[in-house]
Ligand binder design. Sequence first.
Ligand SMILES: Nc1ncnc2c1ncn2[C@@H]1O[C@H](COP(=O)(O)OP(=O)(O)OP(=O)(O)O)[C@@H](O)[C@H]1O
Ligand SMILES: [Mg+2]
Length: 388
Amino acid sequence: MTPLAQPLINAITAPTRGVERLNLSHFRCYEIFSVSLDLTPVVLTGPNGAGKTNLLEALSFLIPGRGLRRARLSDVKQQGSDAPWVVSAQLKDEETKIQIGTGLDPDRPESEKRLTKINGEKAKNQSSLAEWVSMVWLTPQMDRLFLEGAQGRRKFLDRIVYGFDAAHAQRLSRYEKALKERTLLLKQGRMDPHWLEGLEETLVNDGIAITVARREVVGQLLMVLRQQEATFPRAELELKGDIETLLEAHSIYECEEKMRTLLAQSRDQDRLIGRCSRGPHKSDLFAIYPEKNQAAALCSTGEQKAMLLSIVMASATLLSVRTGAIPLLLLDEVVAHLDKRRRTALFDAIIKLKMQTWLTGTDVSLFEELQGNAQFLSLKEARLVSKT
Ligand SMILES: Nc1ncnc2c1ncn2[C@@H]1O[C@H](COP(=O)(O)OP(=O)(O)OP(=O)(O)O)[C@@H](O)[C@H]1O
Ligand SMILES: [Mg+2]
């Protein structure tokens, strides 16, 4: 065995939680697909268009939300077929087996709502998935995260927070609903004080809880990032916004009072501009490349990618130790951009992680160092025959 092909770490460290079986039907390019797995990293290889990202996207529907492409549910179904798409997975959580099925509701295909079953029982809504599975991913579309608007960075952070706090998604959706309703009332000139106060109370309570949860996760990410080996440019993170500034200097009770006053005072201004000018929907996640003391947006493409990767790996590290749900890490087309030293460091980190990691790439030779510690799936073959 050449030193390159030698296992990095003995396979004994394999995680005890992850996906054991994945079945897809009428999902994008897959009419029917089925594969059995162990819990070691999964390397998906195949030419462009083989269905690698589609498979990661299928996994991303095991948590609440619209998946890693943020697609409309109706676009996910196999083109040319009227059958609703279904993703079903058998997962292992230490000794327990969990069965999750999710897909387009056949009775309401236009609803953009998923029908989800957990252990055979219909779930009230898809947010209950967060109690069972947590996930973090990195895709090529995220390469521009630091260059584009703050909304993408907030969503990126919120997805990480969902992994630790299943209630975060509900708080956000309540907050956004109240925000829309308040903006509409103000636009219509319906200045009913009781109605507005009620909505603003939701904005205060959920807005502060959202900020506290985000700040806590950013603080923990920072701690992990500072301990990471320096193979990847580390990122210094900071969450900035009105509520964040208030929380620096005041108790939660004082912040509530101040936010209540701010919202009441800004009604006229918000009416004129047609949106709410203060709150966690305006916060931004800043990343600094400490070695150069440079904002991420000014860093080179490769530096930005490496910073993102270190944030994602730090999130994965946190998830692997902190969450009660089964953690999964999805890395789409990550290794092709890394030099050999960084690739080795990444594989080493993945093997040490106590979570099942899914990697994709067109060239299997890039994953040679994972031989013996991962399972390899060539998608050209896998689409035709299941592994078992
Ligand atoms: N709704 C759909 N129905 C049928 N096929 C689809 C649907 N959506 C996407 N596809 C096809 O699925 C194929 C696989 O796409 P996917 O993005 O998974 O490829 P990939 O293996 O990740 O390729 P690359 O290496 O280029 O990233 C593509 O040819 C795409 O056109
Ligand atoms: Mg792809």
